[in-house]
Design a protein around this ligand. Structure first.
Ligand SMILES: Cc1cc2nc3c(=O)[nH]c(=O)nc-3n(C[C@H](O)[C@H](O)[C@H](O)COP(=O)(O)O)c2cc1C
Length: 215
């Protein structure tokens, strides 16, 4: 698919079919995540890929409550989606990378010295590329945040100290293009309210804003 079409058509699909995903569809989606940049090329993001039904159930049970489905009926088909990918951010990989001689001057060998948790940023970059590749492949995906049960999830799937799962990505074939979600309830913000030239809060009429307004 052409890149602009990927951008325009990417969205979260909450209605996925239970059909299995052939490896030739799944593998390129996973590999796309590793084209993302990472601080110092630390490459700390790893992917936990759950295809077996028992594993998917273990993951869902760890991070949801029994009332979850009643509260989120649009998520019911996600339970049958054939694959869950869990991107894992690993702070230890950053400490290790920044202990190497070429990074010694940065003084970032200890993770408490980092101004922001770049391992989470890098995992988000990887997630975004994976989601874009899902769209490019004609598949659907839904990213669900982890609001509870992170420790249980980590224990069940043997995550190490410093590794954090950043969310669950359900991947599968698109069953229906209807899928609920906030964009059905919230207006898309106008780009010129989000692009600030020179200073925040100063949105003078500019050629750039005029140009974008006509696109
Ligand atoms: C960090 C993050 C957490 C999210 N968590 C959830 C979630 O728990 N449940 C859900 O249905 N969607 C979740 N979403 C999806 C957003 O609701 C969705 O991306 C947003 O409404 C925009 O819709 P679109 O991605 O279809 O364009 C999450 C997205 C992000 C980036």
């Amino acid at each position: 698919m052409e890149f602009d079409r990927v951008l325009a058509s990417r969205r979260m699909h909450r209605r996925l079919s239970a059909d299995p995903l052939p490896l030739e569809k799944l593998a390129p989606v996973l590999l796309a995540a590793f084209r993302a940049p990472s601080a110092g090329y630390a490459q700390g993001t790893e992917l936990l890929v759950l295809c077996a039904e028992e594993d998917r159930r273990l993951a869902i049970d760890a991070v949801t409550t029994p009332g979850w489905l009643e509260a989120h009926p649009s998520h019911s088909s996600l339970l049958g989606a054939p694959v869950i990918v869990i991107p894992i951010a690993d702070s230890a990989a950053y400490a290790e990378r920044y202990s190497l001689p070429d990074k010694a001057a940065s003084d970032l060998a200890s993770v408490d010295r980092w101004p922001l948790p770049y391992w989470l940023i890098d995992a988000a970059f990887s997630t975004m590329l994976l989601l874009a590749k899902v769209t490019d492949s004609g598949l659907g995906a839904s990213f669900i945040g982890i609001f509870r049960g992170e420790e249980e999830l980590s224990r069940r799937f043997h995550l190490r100290e410093g590794q954090r799962p950043i969310g669950l990505i359900f991947v599968g074939k698109i069953d229906s293009r209807e899928g609920g979600g906030s964009p059905e309830r919230v207006e898309r913000r106008a780009p010129d309210s989000r692009i600030h030239l020179g200073r925040l809060g100063v949105n003078s009429d500019t050629a750039l804003h005029d140009y974008i307004g006509k696109l």
